[in-house]
Design a protein around this ligand. Structure first.
Ligand code: ADP
Ligand code: MG
Length: 145
């Protein structure tokens, strides 16, 4: 478990970058936190560090964005699936391919609103939980399970 406190969006992006360096392919990362907590901000840092190509769009409206990394990371990450389950249920998530992303040995999944599809989650995943403390302060907790 790791715990961080940040005082700006830039600092949260930095935490996302540092976390990206520790990532292995085949990992599911679940993001918890209210609207505006900083999940997408953290993910922007992470995507940048992994070498994903911009634009980094929020998947709230497009449901899922897949990034193919031009030169895979040393750890072997080639695909990133960024998805948001806020508007979808388990059935729709299955339909757009969640179970295939999970078994991609070169993939990393970044999932916002995982509680919406709790029944589809595998036994092991990492949780990044972000809480607003004040307008610019955030508490970030990273838990591996
Ligand atoms: P979410 O994806 O959780 O809904 P976003 O990352 O889209 O949240 O938005 C977070 C908002 O909070 C942004 O406007 C960002 O600039 C602002 N913000 C202020 N302080 C911080 C901080 N310490 N960490 C992250 N975001 C912050
Ligand atoms: Mg978001």
């Amino acid at each position: 478990m790791a715990l961080f406190a940040t005082h700006s969006a830039e600092e949260t992006r930095e935490i996302g970058k540092n976390f990206a360096r520790t990532l292995n392919p085949g990992t599911l990362i679940c993001f918890e936190g209210d609207l505006g907590a900083g999940k997408t901000t953290f993910i922007q840092g992470l995507l940048e560090e992994l070498g994903a190509e911009k634009p980094f769009v929020s998947p709230t409206f497009i449901l899922m964005k897949q990034y193919e990394i031009a030169s895979p990371t040393e750890s072997g990450i080639k695909f990133i699936y960024h998805a948001d389950a806020y508007r979808l249920g388990s059935k729709e998530f299955r339909e757009i391919g969640f179970e295939e992303w999970i078994i991609d040995p070169q993939g990393v999944i970044l999932l916002e609103w995982p509680e919406r599809i709790a029944e589809l989650l595998p036994e092991k995943y990492t949780t990044v939980k972000i809480e607003s403390v004040s307008e610019t302060e955030r508490k970030i907790e990273i838990l591996e399970k």
